[in-house]
Design a protein. Structure first.
Length: 330
């Protein structure tokens, strides 16, 4: 189903892709609302307004970035279509015949700028995904230092999270999609330019989304294609239920760790610019029962890792898992 939310000035619901599963709206609250803090502490998604988290970056359109990003080399992914599925380059040789869905290139920003501004249907699509570090220009660094660090540091402290691991700058063509996956970190996703549609699914939907095996290059990614659902191969997909929201400039979406999410630059909505703020989880503390869904996902990952390491052969993992489960727990 398409979003039933109120359309923004630069998009309408007819630009959104249609999906066969039910989607509810993610709450949109002022960062001052006590309810927003409650949702974050409960590890539930919420869109935060008025944070001014990236207020100093709202001027980061392509022209500004081209003038100020500096002379460094930046990571740009290319794809033959609008989908940019992540894969772990270190695991590419673990699966025979695996064909990487994207290719990573290093290029100067003016070259990326040219590819975006001169893009035509049929060209390879591009998506810049670059950690904000010393490679960027002085003006970008100054803007970065003016982010609302007081607020986000307070969130980190209040929720007992670990350290900030990275800030990822994302610049994509309209229609670019990061297919559904989950991360093992807490994430504040800040929208800077353009509009993005974000689909989220809680950890208890794990069995509906059929992740790749842990040794696969696409570990943490779903095997399901929302645009071409295969219910014969993935029957539980028919039970999928989720949440969605459209983010505009200045909005900040909290994506809890282990929540599945698909991020789409709205088709015909122009170039998008976003920034991730990724944090490690905090100390586990005293375990309470029953376990939360995200704790169970973490436990499944650890068991799968242990089995793969013990067998020392990825080819043996599948039959081992089947022998252990089929007929005994099914």
């Amino acid at each position: 189903m398409a979003s039933e939310g109120v359309a923004g000035p630069d998009w309408d619901k007819f630009q959104l892709r249609q999906y066969p599963f039910k989607l509810e709206q993610i709450p949109r609250l002022s960062y001052r609302s006590p309810k927003s803090d409650d949702l974050i502490s409960e590890e539930k998604p919420v869109v935060l307004t008025e944070t001014n988290l990236v207020g100093s970056a709202l001027c980061w359109d392509l022209d500004y970035l081209c003038s100020n990003m500096g002379d460094g080399d930046f990571s740009v992914y290319t794809s033959d279509n609008h989908k940019f599925m992540y894969h772990d380059e270190k695991k590419v040789n673990e699966v025979r015949g695996f064909v990487p869905p994207t290719k990573r290139l290093e290029m100067k920003f003016p070259e990326f700028y040219s590819k975006v501004t001169n893009y035509r249907d049929g060209d390879k699509r591009v998506y810049l995904q670059q950690t904000l570090n010393d490679a960027v220009g002085k003006r970008i660094v100054l803007d970065f230092l003016q982010f609302n660090w007081d607020w986000i540091n307070e969130q980190q402290k209040r929720n007992n999270w670990g350290q900030l691991t990275s800030n990822l700058l994302l610049i994509g063509l309209e229609g670019n999609t990061t297919p559904v996956h989950y991360d093992e970190q807490q994430n504040f996703f800040a929208q800077v330019q353009g509009y993005k549609r974000c689909l989220l699914f809680p950890p208890n939907q794990f069995e509906c989304l059929y992740p790749y095996p842990i040794y696969h290059p696409c570990d943490r990614q779903s095997q399901v294609d929302f645009e071409n659902p295969d219910y014969a191969r993935f029957p539980k997909l028919s039970e999928l239920r989720g949440y969605e929201v459209i983010l505009g400039p200045g909005d900040v979406l909290y994506i809890p760790m282990y929540w599945w999410h698909q991020i789409e630059s709205i088709p015909k909505g122009g170039t998008t610019v976003s920034i991730n703020f990724w944090y490690k989880s905090g100390p586990t503390g005293e375990i309470e029962y029953p376990l939360k869904a995200q704790q169970k996902v973490a436990m499944m990952r650890n068991i799968e890792k242990m089995i793969a390491e013990a067998l020392n052969s990825n080819a043996e993992v599948d039959p081992f898992m089947r022998n252990m489960v089929l007929g005994r727990y099914t």
